[in-house]
Design a protein. Structure first.
Length: 345
């Protein structure tokens, strides 16, 4: 029978990261480890539980030592300390952390930090963002509000890469919004409407597939009724060229011929938009959407239909027919939601 544990022992064994027991400074962590040893090393503590507790402390200390010696990432009390391969330190207080298919994302008030584990896809994102171009200055002034603006990027000693982009405080990650708040069809309609603007620019000006349009990469601004596509550019691929990767959810709902050819196609983003709409209406597969009495039938039928390769044609159909048949004349529907509502302590 295992020994019974007291409150302090339970607290130590419940710690599952080095940050839970040690400070983010190597010399301080070594001192803390020595202090733990005075209390829990079996030479100093004869309780039956001491070996188990001390082994756990030692394991976490070794992890801490490895992290701090390699100057990678230290995440403690919602403060991320990160060191680049030139030994420059960055310290960011964040609101929320998310794990995604290529790494981690940290959301702060005015920043989004991505740690990406695939060097090829990271370089693809950098190349894509740095290649943004616009038809004229008016388009540039408008579109830059909805696209990533790089604050900095760097490599880490552990063969990962970091990308930090600026964001305005009003922008909320769509994933966090839907985990906190139920969006109405009217709210979803303007989100998709604004997203079509970005897709049309990608389609006609950039001639590439974004590939990662989903809850993880799209941000919304409730007061301005706008959206920003800040992440996912690691998947971006020029039309007609080989796809290197796509998020599993987006890939799952692609037409079979795109899956077979594995080439970038305008329909990938247009299908992703429809999938996003169905997801926001809590029916990703669309099996019950058309019969859902809370969803206007024209929207349900549109979101469950197949995309074509013309973003502008789809956008006009969406605005001139689907939205009008669903809601009549256009009107502003407020979404009273702020970062405090989403990220309150």
């Amino acid at each position: 029978m295992p020994p019974s544990l007291n409150k302090k022992e339970n607290e130590i064994l419940a710690a599952n990261t080095p940050e839970a027991l040690f400070s983010g400074d190597l010399s301080l962590a070594k001192k803390e480890y020595r202090d733990y040893a005075k209390s829990w090393h079996p030479d100093h503590n004869t309780s039956l539980s001491a070996p188990v507790v001390f082994d756990h402390i030692t394991n976490l200390f070794n992890q801490a030592k490895d992290k701090l010696e390699k100057n990678t990432v230290w995440d403690q009390n919602n403060v991320l300390t990160i060191t680049d391969n030139n030994k420059k330190n960055y310290k960011i207080k964040y609101l929320r952390k998310h794990t995604f298919e290529l790494g981690e994302m940290y959301l702060a008030n005015t920043l989004v930090l991505y740690i990406i584990k695939d060097d090829i896809l990271f370089k693809n994102a950098m190349k894509t963002i740095q290649s943004f171009h616009y038809h004229d200055d008016n388009m540039k002034a408008e579109m830059q509000k909805y696209l990533p603006n790089i604050k900095c990027s760097f490599s880490l000693d552990n063969k990962q890469s970091c990308l930090i982009v600026n964001k305005t405080e009003d922008l909320l990650l769509l994933k966090d919004v839907v985990n906190t708040f139920t969006l109405t069809p009217e709210h979803i309609a303007w989100i998709l409407n604004r997203l079509y603007n970005i897709i049309c620019w990608l389609n006609y000006e950039m001639k590439l597939t974004h590939g990662g349009i989903n809850l993880d990469n799209l941000f919304i601004s409730p007061p301005y009724h706008s959206v920003a596509l800040l992440g996912g550019y690691w998947y971006a691929t020029p039309f007609g060229t080989k796809l290197s990767a796509l998020p599993l959810l987006n890939y799952q709902y692609l037409p079979p011929e795109i899956k077979d050819k594995k080439l970038a196609d305008p329909r990938i983003d247009l299908d992703s938009l429809r999938l996003l709409g169905r997801t926001l209406l809590k029916d990703s597969a669309g099996s019950k959407l058309i019969k859902n009495p809370t969803v206007p039938k024209p929207i349900g039928e549109f979101l469950c239909g197949a995309s074509n390769a013309d973003a502008l044609h789809e956008y006009k159909t969406w605005t001139d027919k689907v939205l009008f048949d669903s809601f009549g004349k256009r009107k502003f529907v407020e979404l009273n939601l702020t970062a405090n509502d989403i990220y309150k302590e």
